[in-house]
Design a protein around this ligand. Structure first.
Ligand code: TYD
Ligand code: MG
Length: 455
């Protein structure tokens, strides 16, 4: 019988401590340390994984053959693209997202399509076989190669994989799976780590592709330690607004492709449908021809998002001009209005201004300045912006447009989402070649930008 002891494990980053600490010294989060029991010796440790299979040995780098990574294509092109061109056999893919966003739906659809390429085992720790069957019927998937297995015990799952010998396995979700050797609670860091290590071993030694569903925390990260994201080959996030039907699938890590890809889907009665022209989503709620609207490409962490900035400028009634801002910093708005007044001759001091970042998002970075300025000027002059224009740039106090970071990513995102033109700081044009299928205009001053954008 193995001796057991307990330790405190940070549920955010996986840091171990022999005693309780209020604050994790590793990631700085408060109240994240939880007592977990660890067996002194875990029988046959799963974390020793051979990535090249049982027969792999060291070889000279010049002898390593560079054969194409084989890809299995599903009929969801957006899904293939996010994966870097298709499903790579033997890879471990983690899909994170809010509850109810459609992870199980997406993977049920994908399973149905992969059924024509090989055997698929769908392991669910959350729903019964009947529930999954009902969903599959609604989605119109089934077939001879699609197996359902409601189970949470990893040793049973391993056994089932050995007998069934599938090419593709879905684990829905990693937080519900349980390694019986580990006494820690289901969903704890130790459990998630061991379950993932075991899945990785199964994937790599048998060349099985495993899709793992992971829940996300309130902060938006996949629940459990960062370690989970380090262990897998690919991390995808499935996001969207529960009040809207559109969903975005993004690669945030991909050992077999670029992380700049995103796929857009629409959640319908009969499942997820690909959206052929994604810019429609962002333009559809915009009133084309309305004044006081502009599109900005803003960075949310390392991810670019496109957001509509709206402004309503009206003459103030009470002498004391109002300025309100929703989702934008009011001080930033006041500053930009002062610059517009002084450097672009807009008489704004006796105007009320209401600003809004549409869709309920919060934007806070200098690169949104230009879009705010354009929206204000557009409303003030009653002159609409071109619906296929987008704007990026910081506005300085002398009216200059200052350089912003990650310009290539922003331009690529605007182009990907169907925008025809993007205004950027002129200084940002140096050092790279802009893509050709979007018109990139470099501007130096706010008055020059307004002249071009509101011509
Ligand atoms: P689900 O895939 O269960 O979400 P997750 O696994 O990420 O928690 O999807 C849940 C929502 O999707 C549910 O509220 C109903 C909706 N839905 C549709 O609108 N159309 C469909 O065809 C299906 C299967 C689900
Ligand atoms: Mg689900």
């Amino acid at each position: 019988m193995a001796k057991t002891k307990t330790q405190f494990v940070c549920q955010n980053c996986g840091y171990n401590s022999p005693r309780y600490l209020g604050r994790c010294p590793n990631c700085g989060e408060w109240n994240t340390l939880v007592e977990e029991t660890i067996a002194d010796e875990v029988p046959n440790r799963k974390s020793r994984v051979s990535l090249g299979g049982e027969t792999a040995k060291a070889e000279l780098i010049k002898d390593v053959s560079l054969e194409e990574v084989p890809r299995v294509k599903t009929s969801l092109k957006e899904f293939n693209r996010v994966l870097g061109g298709g499903v790579v056999p033997g890879s471990l893919v983690l899909i994170g997202g809010d509850p109810g966003i459609g992870k199980s739906t997406l993977l049920t659809q994908v399973s149905g399509q992969l059924g024509s390429k090989g055997r698929v085992l769908y392991v669910s720790g959350e729903e019964s076989a009947t529930q999954i069957k009902m969903r599959a019927d609604r989605l119109g998937v089934g077939g001879d190669n699609f197996y359902l297995y409601p189970e949470t015990d990893m040793s049973n799952i391993r056994e089932q994989i050995t007998t069934l010998n599938p090419e593709f396995v879905i684990i829905d979700s990693v937080q519900t799976m349980q390694e019986p050797d580990i006494t820690s609670a289901v969903g704890s860091v130790s459990q998630i780590r061991e379950v993932t290590a075991e899945l990785m071993q199964i994937a790599k030694t048998n060349r099985i592709t495993i899709f793992i569903v992971g829940h996300v925390t309130k902060g938006g990260a996949i629940a459990g330690p960062k370690i989970l994201e380090h262990m897998v080959d690919t991390v995808l996030y499935f996001e969207g607004d529960l009040h809207h039907t559109y969903r975005i699938l993004r690669a945030v890590k991909n050992r077999f492709g670029s992380t700049n890809e995103l796929g857009i889907f629409e959640m319908r009665e009969d499942g997820l449908r690909e959206v052929a022209n994604p810019s429609e989503i962002f333009l559809e709620e915009r009133l084309t021809g309305a004044t006081g609207s502009s599109i900005v490409v803003s960075m949310e962490g390392t991810r670019p998002i496109l957001v509509e900035v709206q402004a309503l400028v009206t003459p103030s009634v009470f002498g004391n001009a109002q300025r309100t801002a929703q989702g934008l910093d009011r001080n930033r708005v006041s500053l930009i209005m002062a610059v517009l007044e002084k450097r672009a001759n807009l008489m704004l001091q006796n105007q009320d201004a209401y600003l809004k970042a549409a869709g309920g998002v919060k934007l806070d970075e200098p690169a949104i300045d230009l879009a705010i300025a354009v929206a204000i000027a557009s409303s003030y002059r009653d002159k609409e912006t071109n619906p296929s224009d987008s704007f990026v740039g910081e506005v300085g106090l002398t009216g200059e447009i200052r350089r912003v970071n990650r310009i290539e990513q922003r331009v690529a995102e605007a182009q990907k989402l169907g925008f025809k033109r993007i205004y950027i700081p002129k200084n940002n044009l140096q050092g790279w070649t802009p893509p050709t299928d979007i018109e990139v205009i470099g501007v130096t001053t706010i008055s020059q930008a307004l002249k071009l954008a509101l011509a």
